[in-house]
Design a protein around this ligand. Structure first.
Ligand code: DGJ
Length: 348
């Protein structure tokens, strides 16, 4: 399977470049995912959905992400590290059936412009939103990293909606399991159980926390993983009964080496498998940082790994890198650099 995928990618890249076509600056009119290029929505506006996650529901993909404000500045109250920030603009949502063309559905969790004490006030931090559908409550449940301007609050917020396109009602935040929570993701298992996975203990240790049946709270059942390994940007997926966590190191907005770990149970124990990225700039994740990995509906062994290519001094102008994930016969993964590709052609 992996062999075929790579053969196809190699052949496709060769054909593209031998026809004298250079990598595109954007996906406009291309019907392609163009790694690291500007990505425009169906209204020709630049997609503004960072630290994102994808929900597939009733035949439609929903892309939720940080809706960044348009000016970036180094927070003057945090001189000790490169605390570049934008005003938090809430959470945006885009929808698509083909994963290439995305329609803007609006800002589905709005920031609170008037109440300076609100956690959703633009002066705070709202990052890495992820949405799951709860089959029992029929609610769409969003978790996101909610923080103060200096990242000292280190909390997780929860919001709910009856529809995927919102608007989401904010329920508030917590330090789950009485522990700090910054970079985070959600994962829904085949049995309907959901997990909150988050960087805790000053980003040093990754917590995996089983959620209550309604997905609104931690159950108190959690494990501490990769202790003192400083893993951020977790992205979880499952294939053939095995669980995978793709994550980054911890270097603020700067790129570093990705790492994947595998387990037979979501709670661990996890076996570290190293850097799955290959090709140009693979040792720094192609200048990206993981945010989500999701299966393509109706296709076997078709998974897409999503990364943010942060532009730390102009955060709204950060780009997206989406790449196919390939598996070998042992279930080990490889994420190869691919300048531009079409999911319909790569995933047969
Ligand atoms: C790295 C995290 O992965 C991002 O989501 C963001 O919180 C930056 N750090 C802030 O420096």
């Amino acid at each position: 399977m992996r062999k075929n995928l790579f053969l196809f990618i190699a052949l496709f890249s060769l054909l593209t470049f031998s026809c004298g076509q250079k990598a595109a600056d954007s996906n406009k009119d291309l019907k392609m995912i163009v790694s690291g290029a500007e990505w425009f929505d169906t209204d020709s506006n630049r997609i503004n959905a960072h630290g994102a996650g994808i929900l597939y529901h009733d035949g439609i993909y929903y892309w939720y992400g940080e809706y960044k404000g348009d000016s970036t500045y180094w927070n003057p109250k945090v001189p000790s590290w490169e605390c570049y920030r934008t005003e938090a603009g809430g959470v945006s949502c885009y929808s698509s059936k083909d994963l290439v063309n995305w329609k803007f559905e609006g800002v589905v969790l709005e920031s609170n412009l008037t109440d300076t004490l609100s956690e959703l006030h633009p002066s705070n931090v709202l990052e890495r939103p992820k949405v799951l559908y709860n089959d029992k409550t029929k609610q769409f449940v969003m978790w996101l990293h909610v923080d103060s301007h200096d990242y000292a609050k280190a909390a997780a917020g929860v919001a709910v909606s009856d529809t995927p396109t919102g608007s989401f009602s904010y329920l508030g935040s917590m330090r789950p399991n009485d522990a700090m929570s910054r970079d985070m993701t959600l994962f829904k298992d085949d049995d309907g159980r959901a997990y909150h996975v988050y960087s805790s203990e000053e980003n040093k240790t990754l917590y995996i926390s089983l959620l209550t049946d309604d997905y609104l709270k931690p159950t108190g059942n959690f494990t501490r993983n990769f202790i003192d390994q400083s893993r951020e940007a977790p992205a979880v997926f499952k294939r053939k009964g095995k669980y995978y966590i793709l994550s980054s190191g911890c270097t603020a907005w700067d790129p570093n080496q990705a790492e994947v770990a595998v387990a037979d149970s979501m709670m661990g124990a996890w076996t570290v498998k190293g850097n799955p990225c290959t090709g140009k700039d693979a040792e720094i994740t192609f200048y990206g940082q993981s945010t989500h990995v999701f299966p393509v509906a109706g296709k076997e062994d078709a998974y897409i790994a999503m990364f943010d290519k942060w532009n730390k001094t102009d955060l709204i102008n950060s780009r997206y890198i989406w790449l196919p994930v390939a598996f070998d016969e042992n279930g080990d993964i490889e994420i190869a650099w691919n300048e531009q590709w079409n999911p319909d052609q790569v995933f047969k």
